[in-house]
Every structure is written in C-alpha cells, then in structure tokens.
Design a binder for this molecule. Structure first.
Ligand code: UDP
Ligand code: MG
Length: 307
C-alpha cells in the first residue's frame, strides 16, 4: 500500500480537484492508495470537504486537530497515521503536482529511500518573501551545512525513513532538514511549482520568521558559537583599546576618557544582553522538550473506504 499524507489548513476549495488529480496521476495504482489527511485546525469547511470527497477506491483517513498546531505537527501526525510503504508527503494547495507521483514511485522502486521533488525555480512570490527565504537558506546553510534552497516538503519516504523520523525524540521538528540529516540514499526530481490556484497561504510574516528561527535553533548551536566568537572579538578589541589608552597615558597625552568609558559600557552591555537573549532562546527550547507536551491533539477522526 502507498500512503499519501496531506496537511490541510483552510484548503476546502481545492480538495476535490486534488483528489481528482491524484486519481488521474496514479491510474491503476490508486487501488493500493491510502490518503491520510490532517486538518490542522481549519476555520473553513475543510473537514466537510474531506468527508464528502469522491474518493473511488482510495482509502481515506482523516485526522482533525483541535486547533492549528502548524504544518510540522500536521506532517508528523500524518506520518504516524500512515500505514503504507512508501509514504509520500505533499501540500494540499495544488503547488505540489500529483503528476509527479508515478515518477517518484519509480525512483523508489529503483532503490532511493527518499525521493524529493525539487523546485526548478521559486514560484512567483512577493519580493519581500523571496529576500526573506534567500536570507533564511543562507543562514541555515551556514549554520548546519545543509543546503535546502530548492528543497520542498514534497517527499516520498521509505517505511524505514518514516520509522526513523517518528522515533526521533525531539519536539521541535523541521521535516525538510531532518530527512536530509538522515542521509539515506535519496533521489531528486525537478518540478516547476504551480501558482497557488485557490485559497491563501497560511503563512504570515510572523509565522515565517518564527519558523525560520525555530528551524535554525533546533538544528544547530551556531548562534551560541557566534556569541562566543563575538565575545572573543570584543575582548580583542578592548585589549587594543587598552594598549592605546595606556600608551596615551604614559606619553602624557591622556584625555579625560569619558567617551571611551561610555562606549565600552554600551558595547559590553549590549553584547551581554544579546548573549543572554540567545542563551534564553536555547533554554526555552530545552523547556519545550522537557515539558513533553504532545505535538498535537486530535478533535475527531474519520475513515472511509468506498466499495
Ligand atoms: N498548512 C498546515 N498548517 C499551517 C499552515 C499550512 O497544515 O499552519 C498546510 C497547507 O494547508 C498546505 C501546506 O501546509 O497544504 C503548505 O502551506 P502553504 O501553501 O500555505 O505554504 P507554502 O506553499 O507557502 O509553503
Ligand atoms: Mg503552498
């Protein structure tokens, strides 16, 4: 059985078309298909659309969250509900074309445990979003050594990869990064992401920034290292300043020196504050891990197998 995991947040208008496209793409193979839909606390009638969808021979499983827990949680829930091998994760907004599914399955059959659909170009997006994503990927690559620029959440995973992913004990998850981190044999196929056909993206700027920051902090201690490097550089600079001040003093050209004191205070003060902020960020991550809260809470479930 093949499983398809689809996280949905306010995508009711698109669900029928999506199912139709999936059936079309898979042809005969749809008899072995299980779709796991995760309704991530949608405010529209996504849940009704899921229940009413014309699924033919497909097995449909729905999980509805009690509120919006975010895409990462939705993917995790979907993966843990999926029974098939392989499991394919795709967006429910039409930007991940189901027509790629047969090709992904072929790559899996020829031995890849992870097949990723890679963007040949970024979709038309507002300039601010392009700049922000470019900046995020640059920092992420610098901090972790993983290049995720063309990477997407549209992935096929072998059962072994899914189990490994579900077994990871951490709560702060970053699907795209973690599947790379495993370093299982993988293959890529190129595609041009379509425009969002209906509905709106659920990502606000605030969401994106917090997503980027979470991904980086849960993936590397690079900000902490930067802190230490900054501290070292600051000490170096202060030493130079100290030498210069001593030289001025002994050569009898000493200034009253108020400005130096004030500058030093400002500099060190802000460095310390910044450092505390970064440390606090990691402590908050530890706190979240230690709480052991569930990643999501299910409001209701639904299962349907036509015929
Ligand atoms: N999504 C979700 N929970 C959220 C935000 C998004 O499950 O809080 C789903 C959404 O329904 C879609 C996918 O994640 O299926 C990608 O979302 P979107 O298209 O808004 O993001 P983008 O394409 O910009 O990455
Ligand atoms: Mg999208």
């Amino acid at each position: 059985m093949i499983s398809l995991v689809i996280p949905l947040h306010n995508e009711s208008r698109f669900f029928d078309t999506l199912i139709k496209d999936i059936k079309e793409a898979l042809g005969e193979q749809q008899d072995e298909l299980e779709i796991v839909v995760v309704d991530d606390g949608s405010k529209d009638d996504t849940w009704e659309a899921v229940q009413q969808a014309d699924i033919g021979a497909i097995r449909l499983k729905g999980v509805r969250f009690s509120r919006n827990f975010g895409k990462e949680a939705a993917i995790y829930a979907g993966l843990s509900e999926a029974n098939g091998n392989p499991v394919i994760v795709m967006d429910g907004d039409g930007q991940h074309p189901p027509s790629l599914l047969p090709e992904m399955l072929r790559k899996w059959q020829s031995g890849a445990l992870v097949v990723e659909a890679v963007k040949s170009r970024r979709p038309l997006e507002p300039l601010w979003k392009k700049i922000c994503t470019a900046f995020f990927y640059f920092i992420f690559r610098y901090a972790t050594g993983l290049d995720l620029r063309a990477s997407t959440d549209f992935k096929l995973l072998d059962r072994r990869v899914v189990d490994a992913y579900l077994e990871l004990p951490e709560r702060n998850r970053f699907f795209r990064g973690l599947t790379k981190w495993f370093n299982f044999p993988s293959a890529a196929i190129l595609f041009e992401p379509a425009q969002r056909t209906t509905g709106e993206t659920s990502w606000s700027l605030r969401h994106l920034v917090s997503f980027a920051w979470n991904s980086i902090v849960s993936f590397s201690v690079w900000p902490l290292r930067m802190l230490m490097a900054g501290g070292l550089a600051g000490i170096g600079a202060s030493l130079l300043l100290l030498l210069q001040t001593l030289y001025c003093k002994f050569s009898g050209r000493a200034e009253p020196g108020f400005s130096t004191v004030i500058i030093l205070q400002l500099l060190l003060g802000s460095a310390i504050l910044f450092g505390l902020g970064v440390v606090g960020e990691y402590i908050s991550k530890i706190y979240e891990e230690v709480k052991m809260r569930p990643l999501y809470v299910v409001l209701e479930r639904f299962e349907k197998q036509a015929r």
